[in-house]
Design a protein around this ligand. Structure first.
Ligand SMILES: *Cc1c(COP(=O)(O)O)cnc(C)c1O
Length: 399
């Protein structure tokens, strides 16, 4: 999964080109930058890749993180104070933080055996305050995005995709992140493509892209090359990416095809090698061909056997396995800080009566699924021998 496994001369060359000019800022400095625009190049390349799959122009704007991309997307789509946003309870907490940051109210729907938002459950939670559905393509594979998209269409809701963990994934060949009004990617230190810290917001809608572009740089409209003379139609904030980060990301993005190929091959090895075991079932993946294959997830029969398997895998030195049900970053069960709305400052949501009890609402279907799920990170650097030995150890535990 993590792109840092394959850092090489390509990343070094791009970074050095930036250091040579001394221009770390993505805007302005037209003389000294010697035509080097790593952020712009990264955006153009990602737009090209996505546009090819989406069979239509997709625009990309890079941000300082995936979290920043999510806040930017929500803001550009006009989602804010008091609007309800339907989210899944299995995600990195950043998704929820972004909703709160935008001033909106997260409303948790159940997940299903895709490990992503259940379309049915999301539909049942729509109220007159609902403005947006924000599914997360979790662990490299897709939510039932066509069904969720149809619900948004029927109910006139904004669809924003958190594709932070799923760059390179697709449904029917259409890239994840391009189904919604906006899609978000993360390039943080442990993602498929990493640039240290970075993110991207994408859209087929040019106006939304331009809003995102302005919002994440204090409202600068980026028209012309004289930064001092630019217009500021809106207030924004600073979610800019630096040229140094973008340089690393650019080299990494050029390796995306190779990364996906390796991940898919490695994941298939374990799926094939464990397919005959009666004690486990695989995660449901709506379009297996579009799985970016960063994780291999399987279900045990019940919570007890999942917990035991997870501990036994760890004892057998099968590293990189996650029992998310007990994890306090990725599943709501342990998000006490969220349930009590504890933050450093004061959330506007403190004003909304009943929100905390709403956040404490039980999610029995999600609990039942997460309690049985174990995921294994798919690495790029495994040799064939590593994988064969790993498979034997896994079979010993899971048989
Ligand atoms: C990583 C991640 C984010 C946030 O990305 P950062 O770049 O770390 O801010 C958001 N959502 C999901 C699902 C993620 O995995």
């Amino acid at each position: 999964m993590p792109g840092f496994e394959i850092f090489g001369d390509e990343e070094r060359k791009e970074v050095n080109e930036v250091l040579d000019t001394g221009v770390l800022f993505r805007y302005g400095f037209e003389g000294p930058r010697k035509e080097r625009r790593k952020a712009k190049e990264f955006e153009t390349l990602l737009s090209d890749i996505l546009s090819r799959g989406a069979k239509g122009q997709v625009y990309t704007h890079l941000c300082s993180s995936g979290t920043a991309a999510l806040v930017t997307a929500l803001s550009a789509c006009g989602i804010g104070a008091g609007d309800e946003v339907i989210v899944p309870p299995f995600t990195f907490i950043a998704t929820i933080e972004a909703v709160l940051q935008a001033g909106a109210v997260p409303v948790f729907a159940e997940i299903d055996e895709t490990l992503c938002l259940s379309p049915e459950s999301a539909k049942n939670l729509i109220t007159e305050k609902t403005r947006c559905i924000l599914p997360v393509h979790m662990c490299g594979a897709m939510a039932k995005i066509k069904e969720i998209s149809a619900i948004c269409e029927t109910h006139n809701l904004v669809l924003i995709e958190d594709a932070c963990q799923a760059i390179g994934g697709s449904v029917d060949g259409i890239p994840l992140g391009t189904f919604g009004k906006m899609g978000c990617f993360s390039f943080d230190a442990v993602k498929t493509i990493t640039c240290g810290e970075g993110g991207g917001v994408v859209s087929r809608n040019k106006d939304l892209y331009l809003l995102a572009d302005a919002f994440s740089d204090h409202g600068h409209d980026h028209i012309g090359t004289d930064r001092g003379a630019e217009g500021h139609a809106i207030l924004g904030t600073n979610y800019r990416i630096s040229e140094l980060n973008a340089a690393v990301g650019l080299a990494q993005l050029r390796k995306l095809g190779r990364i996906l190929e390796t991940q898919r091959r490695n994941k298939a090895f374990f799926k094939n090698g464990l397919g005959d075991l009666s004690g486990i079932r695989f995660r449901k993946i709506p379009d297996p061909d579009g799985d970016s294959a960063t994780f291999f997830t399987f279900f045990l029969q019940d919570e007890k056997s999942a917990r035991e398997a997870s501990q036994a895998l760890s004892r057998a030195k099968v590293d990189g396995c996650f029992y998310w049900f007990d994890n306090n970053w990725h599943y709501i069960r342990k998000w006490d800080h969220l349930k009590n709305l504890r933050t450093a400052g004061k959330l506007p949501l403190d004003l909304i009566e009943g929100i905390s009890s709403n956040l404490q609402k039980p999610l029995p279907e999600s609990d039942a699924i997460m309690a049985r799920a174990v995921s294994m990170l798919i690495k790029l650097s495994w040799t064939e021998k590593d994988m064969e030995e790993r498979l034997l150890r896994m079979r010993e535990v899971l048989k």
